[in-house]
Design a protein around this ligand. Structure first.
Ligand SMILES: [Zn+2]
Length: 96
């Protein structure tokens, strides 16, 4: 298989709907950052939880979050397509 095909297959395998409060599909660490305190919940959406996923702004392109990054394995996802845009960890797992 060529490198391109491998990467495509890998993306397909890993692409799932991201659960911002669930487990990282790459490194399986939990992104659950705990419950948002009741008194400030009105500013947030359900399920009122903090997520450990980090929002990344690409300022040259947009002035808002366009990617999510796992704080544990540093994998990055596109905010809209939820496809992996960069992952050393996913590539490593593919080698095994
Ligand atoms: Zn991860």
């Amino acid at each position: 298989m060529t490198k391109k095909i491998i990467e495509k297959e890998l993306k397909k395998k890993i692409k799932t709907k991201l659960d911002y409060y669930g487990l990282c599909p790459v490194c399986k660490e939990s992104w659950d950052g705990g419950d948002i305190p009741k008194d400030i919940r009105k500013h947030y959406n359900k399920p009122y939880k903090w997520s450990k996923l980090a929002g990344i702004e690409t300022r040259e392109k947009y002035d808002f979050v366009s990617q999510w990054q796992c704080p544990f394995c540093k994998t990055k996802w596109d905010r809209w397509t939820e496809e992996i845009v960069e992952s050393k960890e996913a590539k490593k797992q593919n080698v095994r």
